[in-house]
Design a protein. Structure first.
Length: 182
């Protein structure tokens, strides 16, 4: 069995209705995944499955999500080894845990995207592409920067943001040093 991490782009189904993590775990279990765990109530899954291409895992989860919740949501998956590499590659580990984020990409982001994003900076933000994922140190509240509005699927491709605290939390879940939190 292989351990996988899956990140939902959004857990908002409709105005005022969000995916409940126990329902998300049940959906994954109904798809045949085992030892399904969630971390915080923002759509972070860790589970076991037979080893296969990540694109298959993503497709199965997305189809299962539509069936269970009636809405398509992009889901980005990584195997545990790749997730550990992502976490170890944080170029801004000196930043605050909630101010440093990674946009985990379905397809590797071209480093040339940094040039476009640099033009949107409005303060001390730092940017880096590491192994195709975009790391950002906002150097303050993300909501107070113009850069946030440039981090769209239309501009960058399918991906989803997670802060450094969540990245580390998922590492702990993979290692079994923390229990499911939701």
């Amino acid at each position: 069995m292989t351990t996988y991490v899956a990140l939902l782009h959004s857990i908002v189904l409709t105005a005022g209705r969000r995916v409940v993590m126990s329902d998300l775990r049940a959906m994954a279990e109904n798809l045949g995944f085992s030892d399904v765990r969630t971390l915080v109530a923002t759509g972070n899954l860790v589970f076991e499955a037979d080893k296969r291409p990540v694109a298959e895992i993503e497709g199965q989860l997305e189809a299962g999500f539509v069936k269970a919740f009636g809405k398509h949501v992009d889901i980005i998956a990584r195997d545990a080894a790749t997730w550990m590499t992502l976490a170890a590659g944080n170029p801004f580990s000196d930043g605050e845990g909630s101010e440093v984020v990674v946009r985990v990409m379905r397809k590797p982001l071209d480093p040339s995207a940094i040039e476009m994003l640099e033009k949107r900076k409005s303060g001390p933000e730092r940017l880096a592409v590491v192994d195709g994922d975009l790391w950002i140190d906002f150097g303050g509240k993300a909501s107070e920067t113009r850069l946030l509005s440039a981090l769209t699927t239309k501009r960058l491709g399918v991906g989803t943001l997670r802060n450094w605290n969540t990245v580390r939390g998922l590492v702990a879940v993979i290692k079994g040093t923390t229990t499911t939190i939701s």
